[in-house]
Design a binder for this molecule. Structure first.
Ligand SMILES: CC(C)(COP(=O)(O)OP(=O)(O)OC[C@H]1O[C@@H](n2cnc3c(N)ncnc32)[C@H](O)[C@@H]1OP(=O)(O)O)[C@@H](O)C(=O)NCCC(=O)NCCS
Length: 227
């Protein structure tokens, strides 16, 4: 398996997102190194909407290291304004306290409501995607997206579910139940059509046979390295 990169999950708050009182950027890498990595991940395009959405996401987290609160206040104002500007200009809603791993690529832009609990490292998210709650009565039910997940255009992933490492979700799929690692799922509701070869993402392990989406014990699913 490739080296662990996802930071430890922060505790959830009442709205189901991680506790935003701390810097939730990936551990073991400084802010500017992280920004540089995001820049490289987005094809070194300084005008890439995905890069900018991630920049302000990383900035929103980095400012939480500034103490006391009064010193942080100007950064908070900048963050809040730029969060809105990013929504207006890029069509990407990505709250800072949704935990985002490294080398995440927001491919294309527009109509992206990205409010899961977390997005794993090396994951790709495309346009017109909704990751969040399934019903307003369950604000705590937010998806955990594993590492190396490939999310097609128009995908909806809602509820307190887990998308396993290396899963591929086809365009316009609606996912309301957990997906096992390496599953390839399509349709609404999503169904698994095959399991990809783990070697495609540098993992070594058995290839699963085709099955249907099942509820999984979340502790038994490799959602990412978590380290
Ligand atoms: C799911 C996907 C990854 C292909 O996986 P695959 O294992 O290679 O699947 P195949 O292409 O062999 O198709 C298998 C079957 O699923 C169907 N299928 C493939 N993608 C589908 C989708 N998104 N929705 C519904 N059915 C789909 C195919 O028509 C085929 O059906 P058939 O067996 O009846 O002929 C791909 O089709 C996909 O949706 N990728 C996302 C693309 C995207 O978002 N692009 C954005 C570019 S900007």
């Amino acid at each position: 398996m490739s080296a662990p990169v996802t930071p430890p999950l922060l505790p959830p708050t009442a709205n189901g997102l991680p506790d935003g009182s701390r810097n939730g950027n990936p551990a073991g890498i400084g802010f500017w190194a992280l920004v540089r990595e995001d820049y490289l991940t987005h094809g070194m395009d300084p005008l890439s909407q995905g890069f900018w959405a991630l920049f302000w996401h990383r900035f929103g987290n980095m400012r939480m290291d500034v103490r006391p609160r009064v010193l942080r206040a100007p950064l908070t104002v900048i963050y809040r304004v730029m969060f809105k500007v990013t929504e207006w200009l890029c069509g990407i809603h990505l709250p800072y306290n949704c935990q985002v791993g490294r080398r995440v690529r927001l491919e294309h832009f527009g109509g992206m409501i990205l409010a899961p609990y977390s997005i794993g490292s090396d994951t790709v998210v495309r346009h017109n995607t909704t990751l969040g709650i399934a019903r307003t009565s369950d604000l705590a039910g937010r998806p955990v997206i594993g590492d190396h997940v490939d999310i097609g255009a128009g995908v909806v992933i809602v509820g307190g579910l887990t998308i396993g490492r290396g899963a591929i979700i086809g365009a316009n799929a609606v996912v309301t139940r957990s997906l096992a690692p390496y599953a390839v799922a399509i349709g609404a509701p999503a169904r698994v059509i095959r399991y990809r070869d783990p070697a495609e993402i540098g993992d070594h392990g058995p290839v699963r046979s085709v099955g249907s989406i099942e509820d999984h014990d979340e502790t038994s699913i490799a959602i990412g390295s978590g380290a």
